[in-house]
Design a protein around this ligand. Structure first.
Ligand code: SAM
Length: 354
């Protein structure tokens, strides 16, 4: 085990069989070892700085019915909302005042939000806050739509593939959704020029070690700029209400595997991880994460964007709690970086290319 971890650290890769052994047999001692090495790699490239991104959940209306997700169309008990362009700009204004220089606009897949409406919102943010990075996470769209948003000023897009295994994908989604389409979207985003993020839920129902190895190898090949991984957490109004959460240990292990394989990637310590464990965010950072995404949405709407039960959205998880987050990070010797933290700038600086 130790030699596998050291090789992953030195060579940034392992065979599929070796990854399988690592994921299957990693005990607490080796988890601690891989977390420490991942921490070293993150510190080598980013210092003890954590990038903050202001998350604006622009609406919870969704035409999809993913079996794991609390905002699925089949959840008839959820009060739905959409933020207006004005609301979104207010969130950006508040965030900008607090020092945020990246806004992440996330929502369900909402046909009401046409390309024209999204383009208008992106353009307005770009006009009002010329120096910020705009990240979108609005789900699957046509390549032409992604292109319009890019031309309007969005430069990053988050779209987790959720699982690379076809059979597993079909266990998590209704047949109206397809893995093929999801992957096509990812390649289109990259082709357009977005800094692209993908990822998975750790411990999603029916997930096996073999699936995880397939995910790791896909992510290696796709080489995203951002990798979003957090534990699966059940939501009471979904078919997976009784399924167990992903575990802290497996999430920390995967965070470290991704950090070792993708030294420069932007990897968040997710809200789901902070929801799973009170010290989840700190542990995620100490396992190699280098981003946190405090919630900038209007406080009255936050609970309605409930992907899973008991979602953390106050305290250090809230944008207005930035000083709490700062204190939390200080406890482990880290500070907040308010830089935009663009992947290309980071890698260029590191590689000393002008
Ligand atoms: N609609 C967009 C999309 O499909 O990418 C963005 C919103 S979607 C709700 C964002 C992410 O939330 C998903 O990619 C999924 O991994 C995560 N998510 C949904 N339900 C979850 C759950 N029960 N536990 C943990 N993460 C969940």
């Amino acid at each position: 085990m130790k030699s596998l971890i050291e090789r992953l650290y030195k060579k940034q890769t392992l065979s599929s069989e070796e990854l399988h052994v690592l994921l299957e047999n990693c005990d607490d001692y080796h988890l601690n070892l891989i977390n420490k090495l991942a921490q070293t790699v993150a510190q080598t490239h980013f210092g003890k700085k954590i990038f903050v991104r202001g998350l604006i959940e622009i609406g919870n209306c969704c035409h999809n019915n993913c079996y794991y997700c609390g905002i699925r169309s089949g959840n008839k008990t959820l009060e739905r909302y959409r933020l207006s362009e004005e609301d979104i700009l207010d969130c950006c204004y508040n965030g900008y005042q607090s020092g945020f220089r990246t806004f992440v606009l996330q929502s369900g897949e909402d046909p009401f939000m046409t390309d024209e409406k999204i383009t208008a919102i992106v353009s307005a943010i770009r006009r009002n806050f010329p120096d910020v990075a705009i990240t979108l996470s609005l789900g699957e769209k046509e390549a032409g739509s992604y292109k319009k948003f890019y031309e309007a000023g969005a430069t990053r897009y988050l779209l987790r593939h959720e699982t690379y295994n076809q059979a597993h994908y079909n266990m998590l989604h209704p047949c109206s959704m397809s893995l093929k389409k999801r992957l096509e979207c990812l390649y289109e985003l990259k082709e357009i020029g977005y800094q692209t993020g993908t990822g998975i839920m750790v411990g999603s129902p029916f997930q096996t070690i073999t699936h995880l190895v397939e995910d790791i190898l896909f992510i290696k090949e796709f080489c995203p700029e951002m990798i979003g991984i957090g534990p699966f957490l059940p939501h009471h109004q979904t078919p997976f209400a009784d399924k167990p959460s992903g575990t802290l240990k497996q999430t920390l292990l995967l965070l470290s595997v991704f950090r070792l394989m993708h030294p420069y990637a932007l990897i968040p310590a997710t809200t789901a991880l902070a929801t799973l464990a009170a010290d989840g965010r700190k542990k995620g950072i100490l396992a190699g994460a280098n981003v946190v995404m405090p919630n900038l949405s209007p406080p009255v709407q936050r609970k309605k964007y409930e992907l899973y039960d008991h979602k953390a959205c106050t305290g250090a998880e809230a944008a207005e709690g930035l000083s709490l987050l700062e204190k939390e990070l200080q406890q482990i010797g880290y500070t907040i970086s308010k830089d935009r933290g663009d992947y290309n700038d980071l890698t260029r600086k590191q590689k000393n290319v002008s």
